[in-house]
Design a protein around this ligand. Structure first.
Ligand SMILES: *Cc1c(COP(=O)(O)O)cnc(C)c1O
Length: 432
């Protein structure tokens, strides 16, 4: 569910006109709904109310400080994957002791910074990393809280680029090796075996892969609790969201349609997993990213040109893969709707950006009401892995971002000034 709706054929985010925001702040523009973010967090959190738990928002999905601040206010923990993300959480007022730190390539500097700030736990992805953390903790005279990331080798049945829980992936420690690695870790003086973690993939819309993984790993979690006194089992993120019917899914009635039954709700997710998890008596951590922010954000773009080639109709817009790379990167579908609805002939269009790459498109051959130059379009479900994956390719500035709360709207990231793109570059001294 979300809070983007038409009122008299004009798209609103909560109580604010999207067109008014675009006029004020320009395009491309990200618009986020605070109520949707809040609802999403509370809904997931509420579904797990029967077990001791902590949702750790996966910062990489959308790391805007205003969103992180909201998560702090809602009582969320954080899943960070770099020293930069940890600093961001702290800058947003978050607590280090509610951060878990994942990632296969943690550098010495990142580990030291995380140890100094006192994070909740490192989610460790290899034996070498474990040795590195032990050594650095020893040098600092502290004990490092660690959980091993187990790779349960189950198929998440999602897109190949977002599957993480099989032996084809670089992530985690193979299921069969994990127990002996805990035994070795237990002998290290500067490690505290605090938990066990896994994460099988992203945008999962069926509960079976989650259930399969939890069933496989829960007995291991029990043994580790008995042997080493671990405190938590972190089941990762991956809960999927609606892309195809994104606009319609803002209406509670949509959730009673047959199409909605293909979606996995947080209630089903919790209800099917809790029976396997509650008996462990461990605190359950989860790392939702996309579920929290995905449908809470849209990308607003203006049509620059319509180009007809005889074979195709191209709608050329001012957003591009630099603002939203998901279609180019994952063949992702984003629903595209006009910000102001009016009568127009439905035409098969390719909506494309202006970056010099053939992969720079938002959709191909999609029937859309043919817009005119100057019209505004909204790309739905863009709140996760949208802005956060933005780049300066083609020297395009990072987009502006607005957070809406009821009838209020705040610019939570100003459009990047052009000079800021090259501010850390300079000619070499021998160039006059
Ligand atoms: C990306 C990631 C997440 C978040 O995944 P979503 O699909 O956005 O919920 C959680 N945990 C880890 C380790 C990740 O890499």
């Amino acid at each position: 569910m979300h809070h983007f709706r038409y009122q008299d054929n004009e798209l609103f985010c909560e109580g604010v006109s999207v067109e008014a925001l675009a006029r004020r702040h320009g395009t491309p523009l990200y618009v986020y709904s605070q109520q949707t973010l809040t609802d999403n967090f509370r809904r997931l959190d509420g579904a797990w109310a029967d077990v001791r738990h902590l949702p750790c928002y996966a910062v990489k999905a959308n790391s805007n400080l205003a969103i992180l601040r909201l998560m702090v206010e809602l009582g969320s923990g954080f899943d960070v994957v770099s020293g930069g993300e940890l600093q961001r959480v702290l800058a947003a007022g978050g607590r280090a002791d509610r951060c878990v730190f994942a990632g296969v390539a943690k550098t010495e500097a990142e580990i030291v910074a995380a140890l100094r700030s006192g994070i909740h736990c490192f989610n460790v992805e290899s034996e070498q990393e474990l040795e590195r953390i032990d050594r650095l903790a020893g040098e600092l005279g502290v004990v490092a809280p660690v959980a091993l990331r187990v790779n349960p080798d189950v198929e998440a049945r999602t897109h190949a680029k977002i599957t993480t829980g099989t032996y084809e992936n670089k992530f985690g420690i193979p299921f069969d090796h994990v127990e002996s690695l805990y035994a070795r870790a237990a002998r290290k003086r500067h490690l505290w075996l605090r938990g066990l973690q896994m994460h099988i993939g992203s945008q999962l819309t069926r509960v079976q892969p989650f259930e399969e993984a939890v069933q496989k790993v829960a007995p291991l979690a029990r043994r580790l609790k008995d042997r080493y006194g671990i405190e938590f089992f972190d089941i990762g993120g991956g809960l999927g969201i609606v892309y195809e019917d994104a606009l319609a899914s803002g209406d509670p009635a949509w959730w009673r349609t047959p199409r909605a039954r293909k979606m996995l709700t947080p209630e089903t997710y919790a209800a099917r997993l809790i029976p396997h998890l509650a008996p462990l008596g461990l605190r359950i951590l989860m790392e939702p990213g996309r579920f929290i922010t995905g449908n809470a954000g849209i990308l607003v773009t203006r049509v620059e040109y319509i180009k007809q080639t005889g074979r195709k109709t191209f709608v050329i817009v001012d957003a591009a893969m630099t603002e939203l790379i998901r279609p180019a990167f994952y063949d992702a579908y984003h629903e595209i709707v006009p910000v102001r609805r009016r009568k127009a002939a439905v035409t098969e269009c390719d909506v494309v950006g202006g970056v010099c790459e053939s992969g720079d498109y938002f959709c191909k051959d999609r029937p859309l009401p043919l817009p005119k130059p100057g019209d505004l379009l909204a790309l739905f479900s863009a709140g996760a892995y949208g802005s956060a994956m933005g780049s300066n390719y083609n020297s395009r500035p990072l987009a502006a971002e607005v957070l809406v709360h009821g009838r209020r709207a705040a610019l939570v990231r100003q459009r990047q000034p052009l000079e800021a793109i090259w501010q850390w570059e300079r000619p070499a001294p021998w160039q006059v």
